[in-house]
Design a protein around this ligand. Structure first.
Ligand SMILES: Cc1cc2nc3c(=O)[nH]c(=O)nc-3n(C[C@H](O)[C@H](O)[C@H](O)COP(=O)(O)OP(=O)(O)OC[C@H]3O[C@@H](n4cnc5c(N)ncnc54)[C@H](O)[C@@H]3O)c2cc1C
Length: 557
């Protein structure tokens, strides 16, 4: 196999424009990425088109937990069993971007589902038959409080169990890389605007636009034996292009608040708030905690509103109020450094409208929509690989029935590592690799550790850019480990085409203090130089990022 050189957007688009593939995937979130990867590994020719950027939908604004789902044991035990197996696989396949984390669950008398009497049973059920990193156990509440003084309201008991955390956007990107390395053609900023049908009404391809901000706008088409919708919350809108009108989804919005704090010592805190509802305070990257999340209906009636989901002032105060109950006086509006919102692509089976949002099932569904287009919706980030496997099984069966000679390899994604994954334990590998990078590119230790975490084995490619041009070793923002070479790497090898692509998804700067504004100028200049942006386009890119932040962030202080 030729050496993999990353994602060259022009080359990939060249293959897709006017091309024919066995499978065309619409949507480049984690679900579409997983499908393209699985198809390519089985030997199917596959193209993927993403409307905005890879992971720009829900897959960059999740709670970032790799979890089986403690609270789903009540309504969805099958989902928890599947998700626990997938959690183990995900943690093993991408150890640079996903890692096990201990979750502490304090019990109070006013949350009976998770009170001191119920907790041992809850933890035992979460372990039973599930492949957890370590067994759940009860801790001494006084000791937990001494270690974690922010837990100001005295818990009656504290349980401990293990799930994981991840960098959701970069993980999607690694699966996109994995798909491309296996032969998939992929393109971001390429929205599908219409579906192509043959004389008998079967969907045989799609029309799409090239919306690279620097490109001449153009409309193209691509044909395929099977078309797959992995459009997440946009599923109803996309299937509308195929003439389907009855909605399949019940989208539900969730918001998160971000704090600059290390007060949980790398652990996550679970906050039962009554009923079977849990909130989480999670360490999503060193020095930062995210608190989430709400679960409220979010009618999906326009593309525009789903693109930039706002967090409202009311939601911020509601979430802070929940925190106040268990840690009074710790986090107020002044401590919120960022907030973000996302919409879950949950299924709405007929008759379930009476259920509350939080009781709506997280299971997924795969079906063949009118006109021969396949669709997948629902599910969780953690279960994406399984969803992809099941969908590709169905599509492969259909393709074989129409081409009896077609021979395909079986699904192998359960035992494959993602692009960038080191072949040994992450801690041991990254310790050695960070030292090697420091020698290679004369970079400070914190930058080298960051590069290992973000890019895994591809960190050496970023470091090689610094060795070539030492100016690229400069920090993008002082005091943070991100270096200028990452901008060049993102533009040349990761299809980064806008300031938001870089600040929200190639890095997590948007979720940190200053929400990426402190890096904006350097990022626009760096991308502009690599991608040949005019002065006017640079100005528009900076303005567009500021607009985006204004639209999604409330003024709550
Ligand atoms: C607040 C919140 C918290 C969550 N927390 C967790 C968690 O901690 N753990 C977990 O496992 N799961 C979690 N989830 C669920 C998880 O994030 C989603 O299930 C998952 O990200 C969905 O991925 P997807 O690829 O199906 O959808 P998306 O990521 O939305 O991808 C769909 C893509 O399709 C593209 N698209 C749409 N229309 C078109 C078109 N016409 N042409 C081309 N492309 C198109 C969109 O631009 C989008 O990028 C959470 C969800 C939310 C909202």
């Amino acid at each position: 196999m030729p050496e993999y050189r990353g994602l060259d957007r022009a080359g990939h688009l060249e293959r897709i424009r006017g091309g024919h593939f066995q499978v065309l995937v619409i949507g480049g979130g984690i679900t579409g990425a997983g499908i393209a990867w699985d198809c390519a590994l089985r030997g199917l020719s596959v193209a993927l088109l993403e409307r905005t950027d890879f992971a720009a939908g829900t897959s960059s604004v999740s709670s970032k937990m790799v979890h089986a789902g403690l609270r789903y044991m009540v309504n969805d035990p099958q989902l928890v069993a599947e998700a626990s197996a997938e959690r183990r696989r995900l943690l093993a396949s991408g150890p640079h971007l996903a890692w096990p984390v201990e979750f502490l669950l304090p019990a109070y008398a006013d949350t009976p589902e998770y009170d001191a009497a119920a907790l041992p049973g809850v933890l035992a059920r979460y372990d039973q038959g599930h492949d957890n990193t370590a067994a759940g156990r009860m801790l001494d509440p006084a000791r937990v409080q001494a270690e974690m003084p922010l837990l100001r309201r005295n818990p009656l008991a504290v349980g401990s169990y293990w799930d994981g955390m991840m960098d959701d956007a970069r993980l999607t990107l690694e699966v996109i890389h994995s798909a491309a390395r296996a032969g998939a053609a992929v393109a971001n900023h390429a929205p599908v605007t219409g579906l192509l049908e043959n004389d008998s009404g079967r969907v045989v391809g799609a029309r799409f636009r090239d919306e690279d901000p620097a490109a001449e706008p153009g409309e193209y088409q691509v044909t395929a034996d099977a078309v797959v919708s992995a459009a997440g919350v946009y599923t109803d809108l996309l299937l509308g292009l195929a003439g389907r009108e009855e909605p399949v989804l019940r989208p539900s919005k969730g918001i998160h608040l971000v704090f600059r704090s290390e007060a949980t010592g790398g652990k996550a805190l679970v906050l039962p708030v009554g009923g079977n509802v849990l909130y989480f305070l999670v360490p999503f990257r060193p020095g930062y905690l995210a608190m989430g999340c709400t679960d409220t209906d979010y009618p999906a009636d326009s593309y525009g509103r789903l693109d930039r989901v706002p967090t409202t002032e009311e939601e911020v105060h509601f979430t802070l109020g929940l925190l106040e109950r268990v840690m009074p006086g710790v986090f107020g509006p002044a401590e919120v450094v960022a907030c973000y919102a996302g919409v879950r692509p949950l299924l709405a089976p007929p008759g379930e409208r009476s259920l509350s949002e939080s009781a709506t099932s997280r299971t997924h569904r795969i079906w063949q929509a009118r006109g021969g287009i396949w669709a997948v919706a629902g599910g969780k980030y953690t279960t994406f690989r399984l969803m992809a496997e099941q969908l590709v099984d169905r599509v492969a069966e259909d393709l074989r029935s129409r081409s009896p000679g077609l021979r395909l390899a079986p699904c192998t994604t359960a035992r494959q590592a993602y692009h960038g994954a080191p072949m040994e334990g992450f801690q041991a590998w990254s310790g050695r690799e960070a030292e090697r990078l420091a020698l290679l590119a004369d970079l400070p230790a914190d930058c080298c550790r960051h590069l290992c975490r973000a890019y895994g084995t591809a960190a050496v490619e970023v470091a090689a850019l610094v060795r070539e041009d030492p100016a690229l070793g400069g920090r993008i923002v002082s005091g943070r480990p991100f270096v200028r070479a990452e901008i060049r790497y993102a533009a040349e090898r990761e299809m980064c085409r806008s300031a938001a692509d870089f600040l929200v998804r190639r890095t997590q700067l948007r979720f940190l203090e200053h929400q990426g504004l402190d890096a904006l100028e350097a990022v626009v200049e760096g991308l502009g130089d690599r991608l040949g942006w005019s002065a006017e386009l640079r100005r528009r890119q900076a303005a567009d990022y500021r607009d985006y932040l204004r639209q999604v962030t409330p003024s709550f202080r």
